[in-house]
Design a protein around this ligand. Structure first.
Ligand code: SF4
Length: 350
């Protein structure tokens, strides 16, 4: 069996690593604390054990990694998988929080009309190790320890709720104290609005990660124009699931809203959005659209975004404007892979 055909070690839950107690923790430390991607360098493990591991388990999920650095400090990572497919992660080292946006799929079946990934269609689900491996690879590329990356959003390519089990296992690996040891308050799952998934997430008691919903419109007609595939539920169903989620977890929900000129930036829509959110503990993130070649949409003007913001705030909604990162490094998620033949497809349009 060649290395590329071996099972991926990172696909395992940390409790299932193939070594007994003390050795298991040593192996986990090499992988997740020191970020070592080569068994040969794990010198506290006996040579024979290292050889056994190398013969049985592949450590690196990626065939090739390219980086694209933006002037604002963010870095896009384009990963080529062993099957030749490509997907991306974005590293944002700004302020005091090193944040990574990871993909959960190659491409995406949701086909949101403003999204470069949606335009490419669905390639395949990523495995848990291919999701977690993005954090290790980015840490390696940046010359930092994996645990220095403290914030993670499942907001890259793909709809995480449609790759639910793999994403949940990835989240458990991220949070596990012997693995990446991330704080559950610093891991956010973003969904385009899969009501069933939102309800399932509410029942994952041990996880406690945060939820963001890419709503993008408060009225059904506009939303169907933006998210036409029917992967997502109606706004009424999404809001009902969100309220149930909040009733169970007590956690605040973030609503992502990509600002599209002339489409969803009318002030009546701000009023309707405020109405939809009444009684819910939420935060609205307004995201100027990050333009990409071939898109039928452009971002709302600064004035429109400000007016939309003012209307929401005036109606008591907790709101902020998120500035897009990495415009000169390949722009929105999906755009790097989109430009390459054979690649499938990125999330929130920013
Ligand atoms: S915005 Fe997210 S859910 Fe929609 S097509 Fe893009 S990656 Fe998929």
């Amino acid at each position: 069996m060649t290395a590329a055909h071996l099972p991926l070690l990172l696909d395992l839950h940390p409790d299932d690593y193939p070594l007994p107690g003390f050795r298991r923790r040593q192996l986990l430390e090499w992988v997740f604390v020191h970020g070592v991607g080569d068994y040969a360098q794990m010198h506290t493990l006996p040579a024979e054990l290292r050889a056994e591991l190398a013969a049985g388990w592949q450590l690196n999920p990626f065939k090739d990694i390219e980086t694209f650095r933006s002037d604002d400090g963010s870095v896009k990572y384009l990963f080529t998988l062993p099957d030749g497919r490509q997907m991306e992660a974005v590293y944002m080292p700004y302020l005091d929080r090193k944040t990574i946006c990871v993909s959960t799929m190659v491409g995406c079946p949701a086909r949101c009309a403003f999204c470069a990934t949606g335009a490419m269609g669905f390639g395949r689900n990523l495995t848990p190790g291919e999701i977690v491996g993005q954090v290790l690879a980015v840490a390696g590329g940046e010359g930092i320890a994996p645990r220095e990356i403290r914030n993670l959003v499942f907001m890259g390519m793909g709809e995480a709720m449609l790759n639910y089990d793999n994403t949940m296992l990835a989240a458990r690996i991220l949070l596990h104290p012997d693995a990446l040891g991330m704080s559950k308050r610093r891991v956010t799952l973003s969904t385009v609005g899969i009501a069933k998934g939102i309800r399932r997430l509410a029942e994952e008691d041990d996880l406690g990660i945060k939820l963001a919903i890419s709503l993008h419109a408060p009225d059904e007609e506009t939303r169907q124009q933006i998210i036409p595939t029917g992967s997502a539920n109606s706004i009424d169903e999404i809001m009902a699931a969100a309220r149930d989620y909040q009733a169970v977890t007590g956690r605040r929900i973030t609503m992502e809203y990509t600002m599209l000129r002339g489409i969803n930036d009318h002030l009546w829509q701000a009023e309707l959005l405020a109405e939809r959110l009444r009684g819910m503990v939420s935060h609205v993130n307004l995201i100027p659209m990050n333009p990409w070649e071939g898109s039928n949409f452009i971002s709302s003007t600064e004035e429109k975004i400000q007016a939309f913001y003012d209307t929401l705030e005036g109606l008591g909604v907790d709101v902020s404007v998120r500035r897009s990162r990495g415009k000169d490094a390949g722009a929105a998620c999906g755009q790097l892979a989109l430009k390459r033949p054979g690649a499938a497809s990125g999330h929130a349009g920013a």
